[in-house]
Design a protein around this ligand. Structure first.
Ligand SMILES: Cc1ncc(COP(=O)(O)O)c(C=O)c1O
Length: 385
């Protein structure tokens, strides 16, 4: 293909992406299928000039080592994934004081979270705070086998652990907590959460989704994984999508007691569902502490920029322990705000449930976060604030 043609197609596609960004919701790449098929320049991320801050991705990954390992793995893509799967499981087990039997891998943590939601929904309801990352629990509801029981709102958006405990009625099979929570970004106090998990797991299964744990101020203390070895009915989910910056490579895992993992595996495809490159990248980056620290530093820097801008513009935000900020827009509508930001080529999230004035923005590349910071006063003015 000539450079001219390639460039024209690229530009055509860019404008389509920009148009999609202006009108669309969470998804960036929503090109017309024909345009997509015609193009040889399939895009794998945001178009140039578009700040993609709507999916809690970490553009500082994958690490250099992960990219090298994945490239090598792609060349062996003819083969089903092999010994790297037990290798990754052993690495995860070692870090967490567990064994391979305590771990189930899947394509992103969404895989194992969905499996658990389906398994538990056969037994009863899934209980959670009013707002949490409920995408996978909703899958069970969509299959007609589940129901999500939500707590009432709290004023400060924190998870009321006492209320959560009191809401564990006989018809509840599992309580689900994201810590830090998504979309609120707030983290529960680890000592209080630990006490809650011990108490609550006597009444039902407890799932702690720790997708953002490594970004918090003290990941080890903030994780509930030690409760597994102590014999409590607790599951902990983690992912390579966030701190490791591998959302597109789809590797995540669940940790729980071996008999629970065995039961969970009945609902998924285990290692058969894994792809060669994703697992290679996960193996290469899991113990790369230097990269993890770098990634975290960038995320924190971006978060500070957002928090500063929020304050400077007379707004407030929930205290974030993670890679996104939940901004209180006061009297403004978060969906209109999202649309106005999209006009500035800044993609963020719109309304969650009936939290009409709360807006979630992810951290991202520093120049992209700067775009949000620069656009903020313009957008607020356009909205008459
Ligand atoms: C709290 C939480 N858990 C799990 C996930 C799923 O991520 P993945 O399937 O990429 O591991 C997300 C994604 O944003 C999330 O926010």
């Amino acid at each position: 293909m000539s450079f001219q043609l390639s460039r024209r197609r690229f530009l055509g596609q860019s404008s389509l992406v920009a148009a999609a960004a202006a009108v669309g919701g969470g998804q960036l790449v929503t090109m017309a299928p024909r345009a997509q098929a015609a193009s040889m320049d399939l895009r794998y991320g945001p178009a140039t000039g578009v700040a993609k801050l709507n999916a809690n991705e970490n553009p500082y990954g994958p690490s250099r080592e992960a990219v090298a390992a994945m490239t090598a793995a792609i060349n062996q893509g003819a083969y089903y994934v092999g010994p790297t799967v037990p290798m990754l499981m052993d690495m995860i087990a070692e870090r967490n004081g567990l064994t391979r039997d305590h771990i189930s891998l899947s394509g992103g943590s969404s895989g194992v979270l969905t499996s658990l939601a389906i398994e538990k929904s056969r037994e009863g309801k899934i209980l959670g705070p009013d707002l949490f990352w409920d995408t996978t629990s909703k899958k069970a509801v969509a299959q007609g086998i589940g129901e999500i029981k939500r707590l009432p709102k709290t004023k400060d958006l924190t998870v009321d652990l006492d209320a959560l405990y009191n809401a564990i009625t006989d018809d509840v099979a599992m309580v689900q907590i994201c810590n830090p929570n998504n979309p609120t970004a707030i983290m529960s106090d680890p000592d209080e959460l630990r006490a809650f998990c011990i108490k609550a797991s006597k009444k039902c299964t407890v799932l702690v989704d720790e997708a953002y744990n490594e970004i918090t101020d003290n990941p080890e203390k903030n994780s509930m994984v030690s409760l597994i070895n102590e014999g409590h009915d607790v599951y902990v989910a983690k992912t390579f999508s966030k701190i490791y910056g591998m959302a597109g490579m789809r590797v995540g895992y669940m940790m729980a007691a071996p008999e629970k993992i065995e039961a969970l595996e009945r609902f998924g495809m285990g290692s058969y569902a894994m792809n060669q490159a994703g697992v290679a990248g996960a193996v290469a980056s899991y113990n790369d502490q230097k990269f993890v620290e770098y990634s975290k530093k960038k995320i924190w820097e971006a978060r500070d920029m957002i928090n500063d801008a929020v304050k400077k513009n007379g707004l407030t935000a929930a205290p974030s322990q993670t890679s996104f900020v939940f901004v209180n827009l006061g009297s403004l509508n978060a969906e209109t705000f999202r649309q106005e930001m999209a006009k500035q080529n800044v993609l963020i999230r719109g309304i969650y449930q009936d939290y009409t004035n709360w807006s979630r923005v992810s951290t991202g590349r520093i120049p992209d976060v700067q775009r949000y910071v620069d656009a903020l006063p313009r957008v607020l003015e356009a909205m008459g604030a």
